[in-house]
Design a binder for this molecule. Structure first.
Ligand SMILES: [Zn+2]
Length: 192
């Protein structure tokens, strides 16, 4: 069982969070690409380094052989069996949540993270304005999150969040996993 940890080191030496990216690969027929490869990356937009979990390195060798055999230039990363992919997916979601702990944007700060469940932001422009990014589900098209806005005079905590009743709550949209980072940058400005 190749269980990938949600955290390891990025290629730059900082803490890396399990995520997916397209990586280039040299093939007999020329340059190829493998998409959705599990990698550790620090999450810093300016960092172009990453590191590959060791089970992924050996799997990439097998995939490269297969691409050369079938003369393919690009494929999606897969394990030999599906069970390993769903284990990866759980770690991927966990790594994603970890990345948000203590994160600060120009217009909002993450006040707490409930791993696998919610990331809650407080606006810098209005103390009573909060945002909740909540994990909904995974289906064959990917993972889905609900992004909503709520108002409250009291600042919620991770402990009371389950029973928390905001004065006003509005869902802004349902986001695909891949859309989240860009949507948050659009909404809250740069990460500081
Ligand atoms: Zn890095």
């Amino acid at each position: 069982m190749k269980e990938l940890s949600p955290l390891d080191l990025c290629g730059c030496g900082d803490t890396g969070y399990l995520t997916q990216r397209t990586i280039p690969i040299d093939l007999a027929q020329g340059l190829g690409h493998i998409h959705q490869v599990p990698v550790y990356h620090c999450g810093n937009k300016l960092c172009d380094q990453y590191s590959l979990p060791s089970p992924v390195v050996s799997r990439i060798d097998d995939l490269a052989d297969m691409m050369e055999e079938k003369n393919l230039n690009s494929i999606n990363f897969t394990w030999e069996d599906q069970e390993e992919s769903s284990q990866d997916f759980a770690s991927l979601i966990e790594g994603f949540f970890w990345k948000f702990i203590n994160r600060k944007y120009a217009d909002a700060t993450v006040i707490f993270v409930i791993p696998g469940q919610s990331i809650v932001f407080q606006s810098h422009l209005d103390d009573s304005e909060f945002y909740n990014l909540q994990y909904l589900r995974k289906d064959e098209k990917g993972a889905w999150f609900s992004f909503s806005k709520f108002y409250s005079d009291v600042r919620p905590t991770a402990e009371d969040f389950l029973d928390f009743e905001p004065t006003f709550n509005k869902e802004l949209g349902v986001l695909a996993f891949e859309e989240i980072e860009d949507t948050l940058l659009d909404e809250f400005g740069a990460i500081i």
